[in-house]
Design a protein around this ligand. Sequence first.
Ligand SMILES: [Zn+2]
Length: 418
Amino acid sequence: MNIHAQFHDDKPSSRELVERYCAATENGKFQETTTHIAKDFGIPQHRLAATVREVATLTRDDIQCIVCGAYYPVANRNDMTQNASVIKRGSDWICGRCQEDAKQQEAEELEESLWESLHDYQRIGNDVNSLPVEQSVRLLALLKHSADESLTQIHPVSHNRIDTLAASENHEIDLASSLLAARVIAISPYSPAGTVEINQEAHGHRYHPRHVAWELTTYPDAEAALIMVGGIDGPAVYRKLDERLSSTAFLEAHQDAVREIAHRAAKEEVLAYLELCLTERGLPFRVGEKTEHVLTIAMQNYSIGQVFAIIWRAARSASDYLVRSGCPKRQAANVVPGAMESFMQRALGNGWNVDPFKRPGKQAQSVLSRVVFNQILGLPDGAFSFNLPVSQIVDQQIAQRLDDAGEPNTSLDPVPSS
Ligand SMILES: [Zn+2]
């Protein structure tokens, strides 16, 4: 192995310094100590290696970049004596500049592939008026939550620190991925670095649904979708969606779908609260058949505030059980559905009044819930404050809103509604 020096000046002293610094004996030991050299040159010993680097660039010729052939740079004596196989760590060495180039090229390929899929999705030509109900609701919630002021860019969901998009992060992930799967939005080529990469095996992208930025691929109307030129008018999409979902005609045409979506949004709130109660007590959150079943029964019989009270009570029983029995946490968490069920059976059997909880500060109403309950149904706070099961409030509200919007009623007497 040879050390090569490229001098930065032509002073004889520089040459002498580097030669003495690098000079080795037959058996690989250095001829002089650094203390000795530093003293001769009047340099503090700790500054010696840095001074050598200032006067020359040193490289060793037994390690070469496999891409450009550059020699391995040497910063000090340790770099000269280290075993080549240790530096290469069993693989080939690539110099810093070639690594940078490779990263740059990867980033360019990623951006190109994101633009490609964006154009592919736009070519599908989704338009706002023909989106299924659920996608319309989800898209409007996403735009309200994450679109910028001009409605041209959709920021990563995780960037909004004031409002949540859905009841839990898992539901937010579901929401964004379902819109992507339906080609209603595409991953933005302007996503923050590191949030998306090309998935070589699946010829798609590996991405984090809460951390990537999005682009609209849905047009404001069928005509625009047909022409597909000039990009997508974000403000027009937002306005159309917002108007469409606020109208009584929408509610009338899609009553069943709205009922279903409202029920699901309420269920998500309930699940998120269960997760909150369990994780606060250090218990694992896992939803199986039993929990699903018992929550469905709870929601059929009780208001959301009452279901919250029942969940809180069951989570407390589980943590009491954990303390009393010293059992594994998973086993303690398994107590929750049974505790809810037996409490409900007693409460229903004895006609007990279950005091409802107020909305907890840690679980503010999500933007999705606001779109579903406040905007479409005209019910405040995700129907939280009503002392009726969600399905009943929703049914009543749909009936009333459709009634209000019906034939103008000239009679002052209430009209029997049979
Ligand atoms: Zn290189």
